[in-house]
Design a protein around this ligand. Structure first.
Ligand code: NAD
Ligand code: DAU
Length: 346
């Protein structure tokens, strides 16, 4: 099978590309990514020479270019990770979120209609359900919870999900959707809570905690998300939404304190700052459906996952320091000149 992975130079897409190449010798992967500020070709360093892997720099909302890719590549499966993904940025500038997350998804869906594919999988988020109260721990998001997006980011993801549902029903496109809780692990851009806190703590900079730090997120190690999507591609039912989460709810402040404790840094680095506008209180996934239907269960407990993640950031400081000093944005040019040399040699 030839699988198109969009957004593969980002956090989860990059982990998914590695997961698929490692576990599925029968598949080849074409990755397209616009390499926005959140995309980093260095995330794909371990697979760039793999003969079953190819990278094309492309914007999913560029209809002409995307159609050319579909025309040329004879794709079987599309997995759409490409998105603007940071809630704070969506509050500052919603427009690009609608452009990429909604219009970009529509271009991909149209391309799938025009060129025919066996499966389109939309990588969505639990944020489409809005939030849950802090004082009722028995409430969870299920696949039938209604959509109540709070941020422009969440609204754009919910709109894309609705488009996917409409294309499945109206045109019979073979679509599945997954809605996952908060991911953490290697290669996460250091603007998100966990990598920001790790990299700031290492540098002994302030750790900005929004509001009172009591908001709750349901954390999942990224490899477990990749395994879930892999299972959905293999055995998922067309038209179905799958919620993915591992019952690992934690308050932000507790996460920050765990990171400080593992790194041996003082809690005096914690700085409470102004709250995020419209800040969702609590996310919590009920994963019963994906467990019953596909046998998925998370494999990495938070205690191991956070240790592995911190070790990865300590052992790969070049990856995030190149992001912090901006030099990662020149990496694509280096990659292109490397590819040209490789082609000349061949
Ligand atoms: P990310 O921001 O790390 O990566 C996004 C990638 O998409 C980047 O490589 C970026 O260059 C690329 N991209 C952005 N706009 C593009 C465009 N117009 N065309 C092509 N590529 C473009 O995001 P992430 O955290 O890896 O999230 C990936 C997907 O998973 C997103 O759809 C997000 O909504 C979803 N999701 C994320 C989480 C999480 O906790 N991070 C949880 C659930 C779902
Ligand atoms: O639930 C899935 C979603 O998780 C994904 O769809 C999003 O793409 C992803 O970014 C993430 O959204 P969050 O807003 O939950 O993640 P973030 O890392 O930005 O923030 C996590 C929590 O930590 C949130 O309550 C806000 C808080 N926070 C965040 C930052 C960056 C802080 O207190 N301080 C910070 O500096």
């Amino acid at each position: 099978m030839k699988i198109l992975v969009t957004g593969g130079a980002g956090f989860i897409g990059g982990n998914f590309v590695q997961h698929m190449l490692h576990n599925h010798p029968e598949h080849s992967i074409l990755c397209i990514d616009a390499l926005t500020y959140a995309g980093n070709i260095e995330t794909l360093a371990t697979v760039i020479d793999n003969t079953r892997f190819k990278f094309i720099k492309a914007d999913i909302s560029d209809r002409e270019l995307i159609y050319q890719v579909f025309e040329k590549e004879s794709l079987d499966i599309v997995v759409n990770f490409a998105a603007e993904s940071h809630v704070d940025r969506s509050i500052e500038n919603p427009q690009i979120f609608l452009q990429t997350n909604v219009m970009g998804t529509q271009v991909l869906l149209d391309a799938c209609r025009n060129y025919g594919i066996k499966r389109y999988h939309q990588v969505s988020t639990d944020e489409v359900y809005g939030d849950l109260p802090l004082d009722n721990p028995n409430l969870f998001f299920t696949e039938t919870s209604s959509l109540h997006a709070s941020s422009p980011y969440a609204a754009s993801k919910a709109a894309a999900d609705l488009l996917c549902g409409a294309y499945q029903r109206t045109y019979g496109l073979p679509i599945t959707i997954s809605r996952c809780s908060n991911n953490y692990g290697p290669y996460q851009f250091p603007e998100k809570l966990i990598p920001l806190m790790i990299t700031n703590a290492v540098a002994e900079k302030e750790l900005p905690v929004y509001g009172n730090g009591e908001n709750i997120r349901d954390w999942l190690y990224v490899e477990d998300h990749c395994i879930a999507i892999d299972l959905i591609l293999q055995n998922g039912e067309i038209g179905q939404v799958y919620n993915i989460g591992g019952h690992n709810e934690m308050r932000n402040i507790d996460i920050v304190k765990i990171i400080l404790s593992i790194l041996g840094k003082p809690e005096t680095l914690i700085t409470y700052v102004k709250d995020r506008k419209g800040h969702d209180l609590r996310y919590a996934i009920d994963p019963t459906f994906i467990h019953d239907q596909l046998g998925w269960l998370p494999t990495t407990k938070f205690e191991q996952g956070i240790q592995k993640t911190i070790s990865w950031y300590l052992n790969n400081s070049k990856w995030w320091k190149n992001i912090l000093d901006g030099s990662y944005q020149k990496s694509y040019e280096t990659y292109m000149s490397y590819m040209k040399k490789t082609v000349r040699k061949a």
